[in-house]
Design a protein around this ligand. Structure first.
Ligand code: APR
Ligand code: PHB
Length: 394
């Protein structure tokens, strides 16, 4: 088999890159270890920056999002018994975010790809990368019990944090930066009406809580839990009680509870690898970086990597601008580190840490009080939350 761009992984990164390239006439094949059902079973983030919304429109996979997605002009920060509104639209000169689940983004991209006739190979084990330091890279994998070879010009490693692409780069090339937080998020999906029109991020002495949603009838709520906690120990009743105890009283009083249709615990981690490329291999999304979910940046960073590689490849194939390939990692990393900083900051001011004592609790409250009490502070939060601009590829 032969293609121009071989893409490993059919998560949002791989599917979005594949669709943009395909629509631009650049041939690509996606190889994915799991089945489509498995990929769609994962419940993940739900807030899209304008840049990602625009890319989904460009990829012609936005019709349902434009119909069903919820445009949010702001969000609430709850701390010290009060709720403070962050007016994203007013503070950023009109920018907003779109609340639309990652699972739905993935489904829409899968359907667009199927309609367009581009090839995605699912349930493919044993993907290996070869000769990617040179100009004739290829993948091998097992398809219907046989070893298949896929020749290509470029390899896009869109295979997530546990994928094979990053691990295939020789030892000594990459530097890893990591922080593992001593807690996780317990998330519940429920068919209940949202407690608030906008998201609520809550700092509380019992720990962080987040009220989010997927639609007018489906909610996604989270509470911070210890790293050692097991989801089996959290009955629905215990979850709802804990959530209510961390929200301002008037919010807790109007919270509608119901049976959980999904419940899971996710660890929190900050991770970046430098550089994000080696020869003809490029890393995108979770394969290269992880953020704690507090800033809603994970999926959006994947989209900005896709934007960067897509625009570079367009110029490579259309204008012969091969030198741009060398700039991929540096362009991505400038934006990634700023999103890492914001996610780390949001995590630091909103969570309870094992060493959080009365003094640090007051410091967190004062940090939040200071930021929301100053126009500059509110603008800083807002411009990061809606997403910093994409760097042009010239
Ligand atoms: N071979 C083929 N496919 C693989 C391999 C492999 N060895 N290893 C992993 N994959 C697949 C996974 O099964 C998964 O479908 O790669 C895909 C990676 O998808 P994601 O983990 O969703 O990563 P990505 O597409 O970068 O999505 C961005 O950012 O913060 C997050 O929640 C956000 O998951 C989202 C991510
Ligand atoms: C979600 O809806 O799942 C969600 C929203 C905002 C976040 C994290 C997760 O910061």
């Amino acid at each position: 088999m032969k293609t121009q761009v071989a893409i490993i992984g059919a998560g949002p990164s791989g599917l979005l890159l594949g669709q943009l390239l395909h629509n631009a006439g650049i041939d690509n094949i996606i190889v994915e270890r799991q089945s489509p059902e498995y990929v769609l079973g994962r419940i993940r983030a739900g807030v899209l920056e304008q840049g990602m919304v625009d890319l989904l429109r460009e990829a012609d996979a936005s019709q349902r999002m434009d119909r069903e997605g919820l445009v949010h002009d702001g969000f609430e920060l709850a701390f010290d018994g009060r709720c403070e509104h962050i007016d994203l639209k007013g503070l950023t000169g009109g920018k907003t975010v779109m609340v639309y689940g990652q699972t739905e983004v993935t489904r829409d991209l899968m359907e667009a790809r199927q309609t367009s006739g581009a090839t995605t190979l699912y349930s493919v084990p044993d993907v290996q990368l070869h000769e990617f330091k040179g100009e004739k890279p290829y993948l091998t994998f097992t398809l219907n019990g046989e070893t298949v070879r896929l020749d290509c010009d470029h390899i896009a490693g869109c295979d997530g944090f546990h994928g094979v692409a990053r691990k295939s780069i020789p030892q000594g090339v990459l530097t890893e930066f990591e922080r593992v937080y001593p807690f996780g998020w317990l998330g519940v999906l429920a068919d209940t009406p949202p407690v608030n029109d906008e998201l609520i991020y809550a700092n509380h002495e019992r720990g962080f809580a987040l009220c989010s949603m997927r639609s007018a009838t489906r909610t996604r709520y989270y509470v911070q839990v210890g790293a050692e906690e097991q989801v089996e120990d959290w009955s629905d009743e215990r979850f709802w009680e804990e959530l209510k105890s961390r929200l301002p009283a008037e919010v807790a009083a109007r919270l509608v509870t119901g049976p959980a249709i999904e419940k899971s615990i996710a660890p929190l981690r900050s991770f970046v690898v430098e550089p994000m490329q080696y020869g003809r291999l490029f890393l995108l999304g979770d394969a290269a970086h992880i953020v704690p979910p507090t800033g809603a940046k994970g999926l959006n960073l994947a989209a900005s990597d896709v934007n960067t590689l897509f625009r570079i490849l367009l110029k490579v194939y259309r204008e012969g601008r091969h030198e741009l390939l060398e700039k991929y990692s540096a362009i991505c990393l400038r934006r990634i580190w700023k999103a890492e900083r914001f996610s780390w900051w949001m995590t630091s001011v909103l969570h309870r840490f094992p060493d959080t004592d009365a003094f640090s609790q007051r410091m967190q409250q004062t940090e939040l009080d200071y930021f929301v009490g100053s126009e500059a502070g509110r603008k800083t939060i807002a411009e990061n939350y809606v997403g910093l601009p994409y760097e042009p590829i010239e």
